[in-house]
Design a protein around this ligand. Structure first.
Ligand SMILES: *Cc1c(COP(=O)(O)O)cnc(C)c1O
Length: 376
């Protein structure tokens, strides 16, 4: 079969999504399924929707456009789509056209969205993101009220809620204090402007421990935006597996193109390698070294979990060098890896990695291979 390939078990993704939707429903929290790590994959988006997410979100408007029009527009009618990264001024036209909602922090952008929405005679919904300490996107809490005042005065724009994003840049954990601030801000806005905020979006997969560890009052928070937790079955503060979820929905299959006994120590003067400083090596005598036909363009070599007896020694653009301690590997032999988030994002994004989806849920086994190549 074609290699390298990413084998994607949609049933496991369905199970994970369904489980998280159910567990969070007990706290009256809805799930927006985030597809960005999957390059807006329609199969995965559909699986999220079947599992009960309340909407889909992606950081790239191109992915949202792709999901909108795929599958005979079946997703379009079914599910609201949110752009979770602040829109570029240069893309407001596409944002209004393809996304129902966008997360925003800049009034200049929202004004342009309003202007564009008017032009397209279409309403656009806004979720205002609040900075609560992680120092990525967000309006400073002291500036929020003024921003709300301006947003609600704009035509063709509806303010549907507020949200925050923690842990992504500085690793700041969601906790009782920062989550309470978000709830209080929501209530303050509602009182001050006599309106109802439908969405208070508490964060991403890093918020799961805080919500599910029990005993925590979730206040006004009624939505989480989840990607990694569904796809890889882990929470993202310590990257511990979540009880009862699958952490092996994705498997990367690679192929051996060279297999030799080589010295472990390079010969000659050592300068820079293809991607900067070369890995330091210790002389371990001759080793069973193999090359897999995949490289830095397709994968993060630090995020690959090799099978027993195999370790990753290094990588350049198109070659992954491994050592096997047990057997000499055969040419054409397939070596499989589990991936972390960083490796998954790159593998999903690489046009050189085929995506093979399997599912037994719908009566017969679907076996859908998306061949190598950029999608059109
Ligand atoms: C990526 C992202 C998410 C989802 O993060 P996961 O860790 O994959 O759950 C949610 N919200 C925003 C704003 C993001 O950028």
């Amino acid at each position: 079969m074609v290699a390298p390939r990413l084998e994607i078990d949609l049933d496991k993704i369905y199970y994970n999504a369904h489980e998280l939707v159910a567990r969070l429903a007990e706290h009256r929290i809805s799930v927006t399924g985030i597809t960005k790590a999957a390059l807006g994959s329609v199969e995965i988006a559909k699986t999220f929707v079947q599992a009960g997410v309340s909407g889909l979100g992606d950081s790239r408007i191109e992915n949202i456009e792709h999901m909108r029009f795929a599958d005979n527009n079946a997703l379009t009618s079914e599910v609201p789509m949110t752009l979770i990264r602040s829109p570029m001024l240069s893309q407001v036209e596409q944002v209004v056209k393809f996304a129902d909602t966008s997360c925003n922090t800049e009034i200049e952008v929202i004004k342009k969205l309003s202007y564009e929405a008017q032009k397209q005679n279409r309403n656009h919904q806004i979720l205002l993101m609040v900075e609560l300490g992680d120092l990525r996107e967000g309006i400073m809490p002291d500036d929020l009220i003024d921003t709300v005042r301006e947003v609600i005065s704009l035509p063709y724009i509806s303010l549907i809620g507020i949200g925050t994003n923690l842990a992504c840049r500085c690793g700041v954990s969601p906790d009782a204090a920062n989550m309470a601030i978000l709830s209080e801000l929501a209530e303050r806005i509602e009182e001050m402007f006599n309106l109802r905020l439908d969405v208070v979006s508490g964060g991403n997969s890093a918020n799961l421990l805080w919500v599910l560890s029990g005993g925590n009052k979730t206040g006004r928070i009624n939505n989480l935006r989840l990607g990694e937790a569904i796809l890889l079955g882990c929470e993202t503060l310590q990257r511990h597996p979540i009880d009862g979820l699958f952490s092996d929905a994705f498997t990367l299959v690679t192929e051996v193109i060279e297999s030799k006994i080589k010295p472990s120590q390079p010969t000659g003067d050592i300068a820079q390698a293809a991607f900067g400083d070369a890995y330091p090596v210790t002389d371990r005598g001759p080793v069973r070294q193999s090359i897999l036909a995949i490289g830095m363009q397709d994968i993060d070599p630090c995020g690959m979990q090799a099978p027993r007896g195999i370790s990753v020694l290094g990588a350049s653009s198109d070659h992954l060098v491994i050592e096997s301690t047990e057997n000499k590997l055969l040419l054409g032999e397939e070596i499989i890896f589990q991936l972390n988030y960083s490796a998954l994002v790159r593998a999903m994004t690489s046009p050189f990695v085929s995506k093979v989806y399997t599912s037994r849920r719908e009566s017969s086994l679907t076996f859908n291979v998306e061949k190598n190549g950029l999608r059109s």
